[in-house]
Write a protein that binds this ligand. Structure first.
Ligand SMILES: [Zn+2]
Length: 279
């Protein structure tokens, strides 16, 4: 059963610091006609070039998912996309005044609240839906993926982390607007202290702070106001999976289980799904 396509009711704006560039950024969600998909538009570049949120437009998966088409590049799109996908929003024009959306508190909750505040409008067309005919197993480097047929999107992950404070975390969640809001959207991004020096040397995480990330260091998870969930890192991995799977441009009805998920694995999976859907 295909769901109706949906867009947002009215434009809604959010501004804040971008994680990697550290500059102030503003993002506006705008309604879009049916069959538009989710499109990011760089309103700071002459001609306002745009890029459609599709796995085939992904150009980088290092510490976040970057999409680009021509001179329109947008990085760290996954939290915005996760929030829109969880609400069933299939069409939106996302205006950006720079290369990266605000990181906010490192979770998807501000984007979920933004989209909800704009209202959600059903459109007179059905969403493109994909479900596997039979279970599919894939391996990508250290990661493995199992996709099974289901009536709705369910995501599952096993996160193995060297630090004693995390150990092995695993969980599975259905992705409905309600479950996403309660169980996944508030989970914040995390970073291993040992990786920070390298990220800084690469010119990344200029806007990173304890306002928007959990730092894992010496067997402890360091964050503001305590952890939101005991397994917050695994929940954030599921949130990222929801955002990256949205880059199929389809409503995926499947249980997606990933051992050691990451953006590169998620995007390989999204591309595979797109290829199977078009076969
Ligand atoms: Zn993330």
């Amino acid at each position: 059963m295909n769901d109706p396509q949906k867009t947002i009711g009215e434009p809604a704006k959010l501004s804040g610091i971008a994680l990697h560039t550290g500059v102030r950024a503003r993002l506006t969600l705008n309604p879009a006609p049916k069959d538009t998909g989710i499109v990011f538009r760089r309103i700071d570049i002459p001609g306002n070039p745009s890029v459609r949120a599709l796995a085939t437009n992904v150009v980088d998966t290092n510490r976040g998912t970057t999409i680009a088409s021509g001179n329109a590049a947008v990085s760290t799109v996954e939290h915005v996309l996760a929030a829109l996908a969880a609400l069933g929003i299939t069409n939106a024009m996302v205006d950006m005044d720079g290369p990266e959306p605000p990181i906010c508190d490192g979770s998807a909750l501000p984007y979920l609240e933004l989209a909800k505040s704009a209202g959600i409008a059903e459109q007179n067309a059905l969403a493109k839906t994909w479900t596997p005919e039979k279970p599919i197993e894939m391996g990508f480097g250290q990661s493995s993926v199992l996709v099974e047929p289901a009536d709705e999107l369910r995501v599952s992950c096993v996160l193995e982390h060297g630090e004693a404070s995390i150990g092995t975390q695993s969980l599975e969640m259905p992705v409905t607007p309600e479950s996403f809001e309660k169980e996944l959207a508030p989970a914040r991004t995390f970073c291993d202290f040992r990786d920070l020096k390298q990220l800084i040397a690469m010119g990344l995480v200029k806007g990173g702070s304890l306002d928007n990330a959990i730092i894992i260091h010496d067997g402890a998870m360091i964050c503001k106001e305590g952890l939101r969930y005991a397994d917050e890192p695994a929940r954030h991995k599921l949130l990222d999976m929801v955002g990256d799977i949205a880059l199929t441009g389809m409503s995926v009805k499947a249980t997606v289980k990933v051992v050691r998920p990451g953006h590169s694995t998620n995007i390989e999976l999204a591309k595979k799904i797109m290829a199977l859907a078009n076969a």
